[in-house]
Each structure stands twice: as C-alpha cells, then as structure tokens.
Design a protein around this ligand. Structure first.
Ligand code: GLA
Length: 690
C-alpha cells in the first residue's frame, strides 16, 4: 500500500510505496531536508532519522548536502535547483513553511520566501501499484521575478564510500548507449541544449555504490518527464555525499514571472530498487505502464512502414503494392511515411504544406486508405508538425513563424527550420490541420516526427525570449492531448530522427517511440538494452528491415532480425517488394509467432540476460537469445533464467521438452542456436499445472 503520513511532533513526512520509503522533514529553520530514500521504515523509525546540521567545518563550508530543493539563500554552495532574482536585487528563497495538504498518495508542502510574496510548493505523489515517487514544483509570485533556474526536484542518496553513475549517451542512429562510470567528485552535468530530450543524452540516471549488478544491490534512479532541453547536475561532494537536481531547460535560460503568475515544472520521478539494475528497470516499466502511457493495456499492432523501402518516392501505387505484401505477412497497421504531401520529393522542399501531393495521390489519400482497410489493416501517417522547409508555401506566407533572431542567419539543418509553436497562431495552425487530417480520413495512427535541433531560438517582438524553449514543448503536448481527446481511437508514435525524443513526458501522450533510425539488428541489441533501462518493451518500436542493412550494410539472417525486433513492439520496414516468396513466408511465420508471444513481451516482466532477454507473464516465459559475430572456440554459456517457480515444470511449447524451474535458474537454458554469426532463438515455455 502507498501512503503519506505526517508526524506533527517531529515535522516529518513519510511517503511509502509498495516496497520502498521516502522521508523528508523540516529542520529548525523550516528548510525541507531529505531524510531517507530506500527500504521500508515505519513512522516510528522515520521520526528518529537525524536531520539537524552539524556546524560548518570551517568558514568556507555551508550546509550539508541533502535538501529537497536547493536554493541560493545563505551558506549553500551546491548547484542550486531554484535561482530566483527579485526586483530589489535579492536572490534565492529563504524557506518559511506555510503548511501542507495530503490527498491520498499526494503531498504538497507549501513554503513562502521570508521576505517577498513568493511561494514554492513541493509536490510528491506515490501510488499503490508503483515504487516511483513523483515530484514536481510550483512557483507563485506577487512580484515580478526572474527565474534563472527552476528544477523539478533535488534528490539525495545515502552517504556511501563511492558511487557509480549509469546513464545513456549517443547520437543519431546510436541512441541509448549505456554508460556505467565511477561518479567523479565534483559536478557531472547531463543535459540537452537541443530543444529535444535528444539522442545525445537521455533524461534519466541511476546511482549505485559501485557494487550493484543486474539482479543484486541497491540502485537509486531518476527520470525526468520532459521532451525539450533539460539539465541534471549530479554532485559528489568531497565529503562523500551524492545528490542530483534536475529539470527543464539548459543552463543560461532565464524568464520572467509576472505578479499573479504560477509556474509548474515537469515531473521528475525517482525509483529506489534493492535488487539491482534489472530490479530498477522493472519498477520503471511498471510505473510507465501504470501511470505514464495513455493506453497501456492495448496490444501494440504489428505495423509496416515503407520509409526504408521507398524513401522520398511514396506514391499511391507503390504504397498499395507494399500494403498488399504487408497484409500478406500479417501486418495490422500500415503507415505511410514521409513525402506524401505538398512538394515533398526530397528533404529540400514541402515541409509545412500538409496536403496530399496531387501528382502522387491524384484522388487524395482516400483510395490508398480504402485499400489498406480492405486489406484488413489500420492506416497511419507520418507528420512533422513542428518544422518547415524554406521552400514551401507555408514559409513563403509566414517567414516570421520560425525560430529566428534579427540579423542572424537562420541555420538550416536537414534543410529545415523550426516553427515557433510557442506562438499561439502557429500552434493553432498546427492543431487545425492535424485535427482536420485525422478527422477527415479517420486516421488511426500518427508518426509524429521532429527532425532537427533548435538554433537561433528567438522570437523577435514576442514576449520573454527564453520561455519559448519551454512553451514550444508545452504546445506540442497540448496539441497531442487535444488530438487524443477529440479522436479517441488515435494512437501516436513519437519520433525525432529516431529516438531523439524518448522520455516520460512524450510517453505520457504517445503510445510508442520510434527507437532509432538504425534498424541494424546487431546495433539494435545495445540500443534496445539502453532503452530498456527505464522504458518498457511495449513502447519500443522495432522494425525488421532489409539485409544488407541500408545504414550499416551488415548482413544478418531474417530470423535474427526478427528475434531482436520481437523484444519490443514489432514492426516491419523492409522493401517487401524485393523479398522472395520464401522470405515472405518465413516473415509471415515469425509475425504469427510474435502475435503469439505479444502479451508476454508487451505486458510481462523483463529480465535482461547475458545475450538475450526473458519476458514472463502469468504461466508463460519467452526467451529471445541473440549472438553476434562469434570467435572460434568462444564459450556459449547457458542463459540462467530469472524469477521462475523453482518447483515449477516448464514445457517448451515448440519441442515439448519439460524443464524444471530450479534447473533453469541454476544451470540455465542452452538455447539451440544455429552455427555461425548472428544466430538467434525464440524459446517459448509454459508452466505446467502442478
Ligand atoms: C526521420 C525518421 C525516419 C523517417 C524520416 C523521414 O529520420 O526517424 O523514420 O520517418 O525522418 O524523413
């Protein structure tokens, strides 16, 4: 059970999740101090947690690390979470406790500044079915202030002899590269300044004492629900404390709040796990499924997308041909990608002109959509609403709609500019054509792309310049929310040149994320492993494409490509027109196998194995095993399965062989891998009735 308790005598707030506990309190100076984040404690135990500060060690020291939001006031020298400049030149917030509200699993602790009519609310939320603690901050002011930084939350972990930081780095077509490094003493900044959560860093982190493994050890983790620029600063003090503070916006952005204004940050959630990185990931997967994704329990359809097959040549004929083959192999959703609209025949023109290209779709989209429906599939469409090519009717009509700065060149990336969705007129335009497009054609699915980073992020003549970094993202959210409300059947895939916008913010209004433009199954293993640290399999779109892979030229067997993609929401993206009939038959069989294991993969619990992944759901266990290039003589250790019933018997649904749970967990399962490079296997086990 989750709960929030306040102990008035000690001014302690105790938040309990099903298996963890988070405690904060107020010290004598009303400062909200962090007291505990870890295993369960009773209220009686929690009130004894020490909170009073030892006097500073010298005149060069200040407060010990460990506040719920670090402000600039007084002797504080850690990176501030909250930097406020008042009109009289005073900086920071000097906490005065105003009270609190407890509402089910929600807690709001209210403060004001000692001097100014300026209020800060610290919000917390826990759920009965998730170990995540959700946190965010609200500001309210009666005087004009400049916000130099307003993080969602600051987090502290227990003092340990050393720390290790896990996080993800990468680039286009190389997202989610997992890094596990000793946490330097000093400040480590994880950030994006690109206007997107980014391919280069992903807004999550994990800390452990250097001793955690995949299934053992304590791990503290956080993930920010924000899809624009962000910053998380992890501090490891020379005295041995580790904290992080994080929120929306990169360093250097400032904006004003006017009297009467209220400012709410995105949610920054935290998960403590006593059972290793895998335990942390499974708690995140559960949390995302139960409290983030809008329609978590609907099986993600097997989709076909023709981007890699036709590129910028999309036209009614080739789409219909591909649709017929997609239906033949078992696709349930046909998605037409880029180049169906305006003068878009390459990436140099047409973005912004959202009507069917008359030469390619002489009777509009209806004949194709009708054909896709006749073939028994749903229909989806690619859109990129936040962008414009200068060579477009839209840009010729509204050159002022893009992010730009007077006198500066408008930097083109992929030959396009960013529309300023912080402008209400631009946001209204985007919503209007999307609403009409989806409504007129009964479109089931949008792949919402965003193919460049922000530059010259100015708004000449507009209000507060830097605010557009935040307001643009809020506008994207609000358009998606309105579309979903008006078209309840609509499902959305988030995409930004692959996985450049993978975060809990976008996941709260989309159904899946296009994980990467890199569809090479071998590279995908690492990309997917990084994705799985926080995000669940059902949200991880994974396509089977051609061999050699168009990006890497690597050749891999069809079964290997399938077995890797089957670990997520399976899709197909190859040029089916060039697949032999035998390949199409093999693909159809593998799609059918995926549909059989889909509930296990999409709704089960996930254990990452040494060279594969195990999904467990009810009495079913699915193991997907993949091996890359093999060195002669390299050992192939059996995969030790996890979390089975040691007394249970598990029948291999394909071979009929019966395994004992205890043996599968101790000696392991030796998957029957064919010889050679890029071998793979799918093993389906079902627990037999005792
Ligand atoms: C991005 C996406 C691709 C494809 C292209 C179309 O790169 O990630 O999947 O949609 O845009 O231009």
């Amino acid at each position: 059970m989750s709960s929030v308790t306040f102990d008035a005598a000690s001014r302690t707030y105790v938040l309990r999740t099903p298996s963890t506990c988070y405690v904060l309190g107020l010290d004598d100076g009303d400062v909200p101090v962090h007291l505990h984040w870890g295993p369960e404690l009773t209220v009686e135990q929690a009130v004894t947690l020490p909170r009073e500060q030892a006097p500073p060690a010298s005149s060069f020291d200040g407060r010990r690390a460990g506040e719920e939001l670090v402000t600039e006031a007084g002797a504080r020298f850690d990176p501030p979470s909250l930097q406020i400049a008042f009109p009289d030149g005073v900086r920071g917030v000097d906490w005065r406790h105003l009270g609190h509200t407890i509402d089910g699993g929600g807690l709001t602790v209210r403060f004001r500044d000692a001097l100014h009519p300026f209020e800060v609310d610290l919000h917390y939320r826990v759920h009965p079915d998730s170990d995540a603690v959700e946190r965010w901050t609200t500001l309210r002011t009666e005087v004009p202030v400049t916000v130099l930084r307003c993080d969602s939350a600051a987090w502290s972990v227990p003092a340990l002899p050393g720390y290790r930081l896990s996080h993800a780095v990468g680039g286009w077509s190389a997202e989610n590269g997992l890094r596990r490094v000793e946490l330097a003493v000093g400040e480590t900044v994880l950030t994006s300044r690109r206007g997107l959560s980014s391919h280069h860093a992903n807004p999550w982190l994990m800390l452990d004492g250097g001793d955690a493994t995949e299934e053992h050890g304590e791990v503290w983790s956080g993930a920010l629900a924000w899809s624009g620029s962000w910053r998380v600063t992890v501090t490891h003090t020379p005295s041995g404390h580790a904290t992080w503070t994080g929120g929306a916006g990169h360093e250097g952005l400032t904006w004003r709040l006017e009297p009467g204004e209220e400012w709410t940050t995105p949610v920054f959630s935290g998960v403590y796990a006593p059972d290793g990185f895998g335990g942390a990931s499974r708690r995140w997967h559960e949390h995302v499924a139960r409290h983030v994704l809008p329609v978590p329990d609907e099986p993600r359809p097997v989709l076909y997308n023709a981007w890699e097959a036709v590129g910028f040549e999309a036209a009614e004929d080739n789409q219909k041909e591909l649709a017929a083959l997609a239906a033949r192999v078992g696709a349930e959703l046909f998605v037409m990608d880029d180049a169906w609209f305006g003068g878009r025949t390459s990436d140099r023109a047409g973005l912004g002109d959202w009507w069917p290209n008359p030469a390619r779709f002489p009777q509009g989209l209806t004949p194709l959509i009708d054909e896709v429906h006749r073939l028994g599939m749903r229909f989806g469409l690619w859109v990129e609403p936040e962008m414009v090519n200068p060579d477009s009717d839209l840009y010729r009509a509204h050159p002022d709609w893009v992010l730009h700065m007077p006198g500066r060149p408008r930097t083109l990336l992929r030959n396009q500019l960013v529309l300023n969705l912080a402008r209400q007129d631009v946001a209204d335009w985007a919503h209007k054509w999307l609403h009409k497009l989806v409504g007129e054609h009964g479109i089931d699915f949008l792949k919402w792309d965003c193919n460049r980073a922000f530059t010259e992020a100015g708004w000449p003549g507009g209000p507060d310049q830097d605010r557009l970094w935040i307001e643009h993202v809020r506008s994207v959210y609000s358009i998606m929310d309105r579309l979903r409300a008006d078209h309840p059947h609509l499902r959305i895939e988030a995409c930004a040149g692959g996985g450049g916008r993978t975060d809990l913010g976008i996941m709260s209004r989309t159904d899946q994320v296009w994980t990467s433009d890199n569809t090479d199954a071998h590279d995908r293993i690492a990309i997917q492993r990084g994705f799985s640290q926080i995000y669940p399999a059902r949200a991880m779109a994974a396509w089977v494409t051609d061999s050699p892979n168009p990006l890497t030229r690597r050749r891999t067997p069809l079964a290997f490509r399938f077995h890797v993609a089957m670990a997520g929401a399976l899709g197909l993206g190859g040029n089916l027109l060039e697949w032999s009939s035998a390949e199409l038959d093999e693909a159809a069989a593998l799609v059918a196998a995926y549909k059989d294991i889909r509930p296990v993969v999409q709704f089960g619990t996930q254990h990452r194995l040494e060279y594969g992944v195990q999904h467990t759901f009810g009495d079913r266990v699915v193991v997907l095993a993949w091996r890359g290039p093999v060195a002669h003589g390299a050992p192939l250790v059996p995969l030790r399965l996890r979390a089975l019933d040691p007394l249970g018997r598990y029948r291999d649904e394909d071979t009929g062989r019966v395994h004992h749970g205890a043996v599968l967990m101790s000696s392991g399962l030796a998957p029957d891998l064919p010889r050679g490079d890029y071998a793979s296997a799918l093993v389906r086990l079902r627990k037999e009735n005792p």
